[in-house]
Design a binder for this molecule. Structure first.
Ligand SMILES: Nc1ncnc2c1ncn2[C@@H]1O[C@H](COP(=O)(O)OP(=O)(O)OP(=O)(O)O)[C@@H](O)[C@H]1O
Length: 628
């Protein structure tokens, strides 16, 4: 699976065909976001491309008419009118194009960002989010803020505009002299060839430095994250990470500098050649005019054309550089938005019907990638409908991995998991997950209000009464009611609640943070909001709670879930001893199964762990003696 993924993600696709495909995608996206804006902007670019050429030609006509006195007044008036129109267009066009461009950028950016995150949302599994290259590309695509597709379109249009201007000026030169046209081409062609060469080098350089940029972003985030702030201060590691961040930037800058120097040498050499050819052309024109081979109007046309070709070639080179850069950013965007799902989703999935018989884990083998060791090895287990099953075992035994497979975040490499006899792989993952409520070990703490934090458990049915009832069951209602704004209090110190401005007289510092145990209760309340679902999974839901609170939570759970199917994981064996079935997982295998009494009677791993914990809660003999 990982190998296949690397194939689809690996490297930046280069070559003309890949470039054309990317441009096609960018144009399609921009077209979708605002076709009339694209058409309007394209038309303005066309006008902008011909205006300089038209001005040069009209100037020639005007001068020839005045000097030769051979043209009627009305023609002269038309020429003057044309020059006026061209001047007006030159004055107004940049502002109009600027406006259209901004509007198009906003729309394309919005569509692109939405598609980017919709693509990540469509990924059914977790594997991509554990793939560093995918994450790096996502970071780079996000960093472009959805602007890359628009950037490609504008750069391509700008390349077209300058190319049209060059062709126009070359055509004007052809009117005067075939040799001069050839000379101008001599400047333009090597400049463009050099730019193509340099852009390939630049693309390779950008790909080389992208890991450095990604690492730099990682250090930047670390240094500004609230989670890391405590350890960074306590261990005094902020400086260490700042130096690492700076080192990444320095290394990347060194590569950029080398590229810039190469650019400088080649571009200035070509610039000097262009200037020499332009000077020689002018000299030739002056002598030709003296000899009577050129008209008075030819001289400004020639100067404008030579300068125009030169200027437009420089602009074209710049636009091509920009286009290449944008294409590179767009490649990251495309890779994310067009990548295959990380788990096969059936075209015609079987319905995830309400659970009636139970869930069967049959001969399941699983590892996170071929490079990782087996996390589950031939696991066999049944979670009967209407019963509670508890998974217990040492750290790293494979309990959470099994939970992730039950939610189909990954597929087993061998074996199958059956929901009432239907393989999870034959179902739509979203439908399956709708039937499950889970509290993960690493649950989320959302920077939202208390009510929203719980309501997210069932976004389509999160009335305040249900939210309060779930909070009561999780034992957090009193704490939430006592908050400054009750359930509407923002559980964050990072964002202010909407409308919390000093102007409206409220305190912008109204957000609060909860304790670790309180956050855990919030996660439980969130799961309780969907506890009428077919399967409730609690993966160490109460590790942050004191023993009494944990006992209370499990007792309430049993009362409310009577007749429901649950899978519980806890390291505190006393909390799950009343489960209908206890399953001991060790080193990726199920090693014991039975009720508490049965497992205690066999004297195996469970009995050993339970006795060890129970002994920990017994008062020591000395304490017993000392007690009054
Ligand atoms: N995303 C992952 N990528 C690679 N290996 C992983 C990943 N998650 C877990 N593992 C490995 O799989 C094995 C089982 O981990 P798992 O989290 O399932 O154990 P656990 O029984 O839930 O442990 P604990 O009681 O500490 O929560 C461990 O060796 C762990 O290192």
């Amino acid at each position: 699976m990982t190998i296949a993924m690397r194939d689809t993600l690996g490297g930046v696709r280069t070559g003309a065909r890949a470039g054309a495909t990317r441009i096609g995608h960018a144009l399609a996206l921009a077209w979708h976001a605002g076709r009339y804006l694209i058409l309007g902007y394209g038309a303005l670019q066309l006008v902008a491309a011909v205006v300089p050429v038209a001005v040069a030609l009209l100037t020639k006509l005007a001068l020839d008419a005045i000097v030769g006195r051979s043209v009627s007044g009305s023609v002269l008036a038309w020429v003057g009118g044309g020059l006026l129109a061209a001047g007006m267009a030159a004055a107004v066009l940049p502002h109009l194009s600027g406006y259209l461009r901004q509007e198009l950028e906003r729309r394309v950016g919005l569509t692109a960002q939405d598609r980017l995150f919709a693509a990540t949302e469509r990924l059914p599994g977790l594997a991509r989010f554990e793939n560093p290259e995918f994450l790096d590309r996502l970071t780079l695509a996000q960093a472009a803020g959805g602007s890359a597709p628009g950037g490609v379109v504008f750069a391509v249009l700008a390349v077209c505009r300058t190319a049209i201007t060059i062709v126009g000026f070359l055509g004007s030169l052809l009117v005067i002299s075939g040799w001069l046209t050839l000379a101008a081409l001599l400047v333009a062609v090597p400049a463009l060839a050099a730019e193509l060469y340099l852009s390939r080098l630049r693309a390779a350089m950008m790909w080389r430095i992208s890991p450095m940029e990604r690492r730099e972003i990682f250090f930047q985030r670390l240094l500004s994250s609230v989670q890391a702030a405590k350890e960074l201060r306590l261990f005094g590691t902020a400086r260490h990470f700042r130096e690492l961040m700076t080192a990444q930037r320095r290394d990347a800058n060194a590569q950029r500098r080398r590229m810039d120097r190469r650019d400088l040498a080649i571009q200035s050499g070509l610039g000097a050649l262009a200037a020499a050819i332009a000077g020689a052309s002018l000299m030739w024109a002056l002598f030709s005019a003296r000899a009577g081979n050129l008209t008075a109007g030819d001289i400004p046309l020639l100067i404008a054309s030579v300068a125009g070709v030169q200027g437009a070639t420089i602009a074209l080179v710049g636009e091509m550089t920009q286009a290449n850069h944008q294409l590179l950013l767009f490649d990251h965007y495309l890779t994310i938005t067009t990548s295959e799902p990380d788990l096969p989703v059936p075209v015609q999935p079987r319905a995830a019907a309400p659970l009636r018989r139970g869930i069967e884990v049959r001969g399941v083998w699983f590892r996170y990638s071929p490079e990782h060791p087996w996390a589950l090895r031939d696991v066999n287990l049944t979670i009967p409908y209407g019963h509670s099953v508890a998974l217990v075992g040492r750290n790293g035994a494979g309990k959470s991995t099994l939970v992730k497979l039950l939610c189909r975040f990954y597929d087993p490499e061998h074996g199958a998991i059956l929901w009432d006899g239907v393989d999870l792989r034959d179902m739509d993952p979203a439908e399956l997950r709708w039937r499950i409520g889970v509290v993960f070990q690493d649950y989320m703490e959302y920077d939202l209000t208390a009510a929203d934090n719980i309501g997210l458990g069932d976004v389509h049915n999160r009335g305040l009464d249900r939210v309060r009832a779930a909070a009561r069951r999780a034992g957090i209602h009193d704490a939430l009611s006592a908050l400054p704004r009750g359930y509407d209090t923002l559980l964050s110190r990072r964002f202010f609640a909407e409308g919390d401005t000093e102007q409206d007289g409220t305190d912008p510092e109204i957000g609060v943070t909860l304790s670790g145990g309180q956050w855990q209760r919030m996660a439980l309340a969130r799961a309780f909001l969907r506890d009428q679902r077919d399967l409730l999974i609690l993966d160490e839901p109460s590790s942050g709670l004191d023993a009494e609170a944990e006992h209370e939570i499990h007792t309430r759970l049993r009362e409310h879930r009577a007749g429901g199917t649950s899978l519980l994981i806890s390291h505190r064996l006393a909390a799950v001893r009343d489960a209908d079935l206890l399953v001991v997982v060790d080193n990726g295998q199920t090693v014991e199964q039975g009720t508490h009494a049965e497992l205690m009677a066999t004297g195996g791993t469970y009995a050993h762990l339970f006795t060890l914990q129970a002994t920990g809660y017994q008062p020591a003999p000395a304490e017993e003696v000392a007690a009054p």
